[in-house]
Design a protein around this ligand. Structure first.
Ligand SMILES: *Cc1c(COP(=O)(O)O)cnc(C)c1O
Length: 422
């Protein structure tokens, strides 16, 4: 579903005009649709029906407490990659037993805190981490339930910065070295091996790399069992691609097709499965609102300078990502378009939301919506150029609430200290 549609010439979030939110909350601001979050979750949950499987929402895609709570209320657990995210998941009402801790560089202090909280499972990504975790668990007189994240060496055919399942990526343990790593883990007194984990990348548009990885892991699980390990769980990671460019031939697979493929490839395996979607649950449920500050016609192209910038939404700069951008007041059909760069005020040439984009006429004061900004948007924001973090708003039907207040410059200044000797 697209909860952001025009009605009577106004772009709405569900039943709330985005122009109204821009007026009342200010810009830049992130706006999310609760109905879209729920619809995305339900599509996944429906597809999973009948499988022995859990859904652990990958909190890093959008870690606002209200967003996590919305999913937790529907039955989701959490996949976390830091203790900060664990604290968020717990604060949002996720039970520790529904939390899986992933990540390539967990510190001993983080491992300890996760063990003390009683998270379900820790996904270990290196031999060094096996040693650290065994020691931490021993100190606390606990046993850590672990899976090892295996790097299956497949090409997910996605952007280089978000592919994670190749040998040259830092993630997981090479599949060729996995048996030895499991033997190492199996000999640790404070670790209990329970499963195998994978996550091969993000914004993946084809089922093929998943199928290829699953076949490799299935054969590995056979070997591990022959070696005497009890492999009861299989973490499938996330990475499901979504449409960012409406008028394109981007064709992500349907979640039902993905889950059916998993059903086939894991039939008879006897593992409890874990799905870890992030982007696909939140991406299309959010927009970033910005207001046009000024329009600057140049000899090569026209620049539209808006008050939302790369510090608010880094994806265009970091991944060369496309986001559809539309005015919140609908343009008359047949209006002319101009080739435009939509840029922020930051002192970086990389500060743009779109380049060479055909846009309808825009003028100072117009509000634009950057679409599909619900995932890896607000969570990647920074305060570069001393720009306070944008607020986040959740819409539910005809009502909305601010779910993260706008940071103020005073908030920023309050963190700094000038030494007395300066
Ligand atoms: C980031 C991540 C996910 C979620 O990826 P999406 O592309 O947002 O679905 C799942 N599992 C792990 C281990 C991750 O690091």
């Amino acid at each position: 579903m697209d909860p952001f549609a025009y009605r009577n010439g106004e772009l709405l979030a569900e039943d709330v005009p985005l122009a109204r939110i821009a007026r009342e909350v200010g810009t830049p601001a992130y706006v999310y649709s609760l109905a879209a979050l729920r619809a995305n979750y339900r599509a996944f949950a429906d597809a999973m029906r009948g499988l022995d499987a859990d859904l652990h929402y990958a909190v890093k895609a959008n870690s606002n407490l209200a967003v996590i709570r919305a999913f937790a209320a529907l039955g989701a657990g959490a996949d976390i990659v830091s203790i900060g995210e664990m604290r968020r998941a717990l604060a949002a009402g996720v039970a520790p037993a529904d939390i899986v801790f992933s990540g390539v560089g967990k510190k001993t202090s983080e491992l300890r805190e996760a063990l003390q909280a009683g998270v379900r499972q820790i996904n270990v990504e290196s031999r060094a981490e096996l040693d650290m975790l065994d020691a931490a668990a021993g100190d606390l007189d606990r046993t850590a339930e672990i899976a090892i994240r295996v790097n299956p060496d497949v090409d997910a055919k996605t952007h280089a910065k978000i592919t994670t399942g190749r040998k040259e990526n830092k993630f997981g343990i090479d599949i060729d070295l996995a048996r030895a790593a499991y033997a190492h883990a199996g000999a640790k007194p404070n670790l209990r091996v329970v499963g195998v984990a994978m996550h091969i990348g993000s914004q993946i548009m084809s089922l093929d790399p998943y199928r290829e990885s699953l076949r490799k892991l299935r054969s590995l699980i056979g070997d591990l069992r022959a070696d005497g390990h009890r492999i009861e769980r299989l973490d499938l990671g996330g990475g499901y691609g979504i449409v960012y460019r409406r008028e394109s031939n981007e064709q992500p697979f349907a979640v039902a097709a993905y889950v059916d493929m998993v059903r086939q490839e894991t039939a008879g395996l006897g593992c409890r499965l874990s799905f870890e979607p992030g982007r696909s649950l939140v991406g299309n449920a959010g927009v970033l609102l910005g207001e046009v500050i000024l329009v600057k016609p140049g000899s090569a192209r026209t620049f539209v300078v808006v008050d939302a910038a790369m510090n608010d939404l880094l994806r265009p700069t970091l991944y060369e990502a496309w986001h559809d951008i539309v005015p919140v007041r609908q343009t008359a059909a047949g209006a002319s378009t101009t080739i435009t760069d939509i840029v922020g005020p930051i002192c970086e040439s990389g500060d743009y939301l779109a380049q060479n984009r055909a846009m309808p006429p825009l003028a100072s004061g117009d509000v634009i919506a950057v679409k599909t900004a619900g995932a890896y948007g607000a969570v990647m924001a920074s305060t570069y150029n001393s720009r306070p973090l944008a607020p986040e708003v959740l819409v539910d039907g005809a009502r909305y609430d601010v779910i993260r207040r706008r940071q103020t410059v005073d908030d920023l200044l309050a963190m700094d200290r000038v030494p007395s000797w300066l």
